[in-house]
Write a protein that binds this ligand. Structure first.
Ligand code: SAM
Length: 290
């Protein structure tokens, strides 16, 4: 897997207990990744940049000191990095307090308005850049049927596991939401005409990096930038946006930082703007009635 500047990012699976070994071994086979011994301490791991840690059925990405060192060397060649605490793991958790908080925040309302949720009208959405599935979950929570497309195999595997875990987790609210979500692992541009016929709105979120003051979010973004080669705004503007605009859908919605230029320089029909985030809406035809 290559990093944001083309360099190789090395990844391995780690099961934190013997009970986690079968899931970790299955993922190692599926993703064609090595597996490290059960007693490996991520904070002392020198062999890999990122570990995909399996603990109690949850799969999380954990960077090692090696990734921090390569990032520091990129910023200031020759400088010796200082030892520090590793950023916490990044996981997909649809039942988390953070997801419940997003539900109560104004962000949901803006996203809902942008895709055209209104009363009992709940458009069918293709989230063509699913990532950690947070926006998809918000849309499904508003009643939309959401198809999630994620082309990075590691992130797609994390999403698949999180969807499965939520369905079997026994929480009524998150279970009902996740039943409206279906994952397609792969490039959104590979969807068949049959799959696209069931879509009203294509949603794109190329938002890396995020200008967020929280250190936790900055570290999460650093990990993803290292993991996702060239999956930023330019790639989405050059490849996904022209494809999305050529599909027979009612709307294409793009998430942007509030002051960023229009993606690909293409002015939308209108924007739904919040303080930090803006949704640019390309209207192609009316949405189907409720
Ligand atoms: C900024 S993240 C999206 C974050 C997401 N909205 C969330 O709420 O977690 C962008 C994601 O889009 C994925 N991606 C980029 N181009 C893609 C494509 N052509 N097809 C499918 N996924 C793509 C990247 O791998 C990355 O995981």
């Amino acid at each position: 897997m290559s990093g944001s500047r083309g360099e190789k990012i090395s990844l391995a699976l780690l099961a934190v207990s013997a009970a986690d070994v079968p899931l970790a071994a299955g993922l190692a086979r599926e993703l064609d990744l090595p597996i490290v011994p059960v007693d490996t301490d991520p904070a002392a791991c020198e062999a890999y940049d990122v570990l995909l840690v399996v603990a109690g059925g949850v799969v999380a990405l954990q960077q090692t000191p090696r990734l921090g060192r390569s990032a520091a060397a990129r910023k200031k060649p020759g400088r010796r990095p200082t030892a520090g605490v590793l950023p916490g793991p990044v996981a997909v958790d649809f039942g988390s307090e953070a997801m419940r908080h997003r539900r109560r925040s104004g962000h949901n309302e803006l996203l809902g308005r942008a895709v055209g949720v209104q009363g009992r009208r709940q458009p069918r959405v293709l989230d063509a850049t699913a990532g950690l599935g947070r926006d998809s979950f918000v849309l499904a929570d508003m009643g939309c049927a959401v198809t999630l497309c994620e082309r990075n195999p590691v992130i797609a595997a994390m999403l698949a596991r999180a969807l499965q875990a939520t369905l079997s987790g026994g929480d009524d609210w998150s279970g009902a939401v996740v039943r409206r979500m279906s994952l397609v692992a792969g490039d959104a541009r590979g969807l068949s005409p049959h799959q696209l016929a069931a879509i009203d709105v294509i949603y794109l979120d190329p938002m890396f990096p995020r200008r967020d003051k929280s250190a936790a979010v900055k570290k999460e973004m650093a990990l993803f930038q290292a993991l996702l080669a060239g999956a930023g705004s330019e790639q989405v503007a050059d490849e996904l946006l022209p494809w999305a605009l050529a599909q027979d859908v009612a709307r294409v919605v793009i998430k942007r930082p509030s002051r960023a230029p229009f993606l690909g320089g293409r002015p939308p029909s209108h924007s739904v703007a919040g303080k930090a985030v803006r949704f640019d809406v390309h209207v192609r035809r009316p949405l189907p009635p409720a």
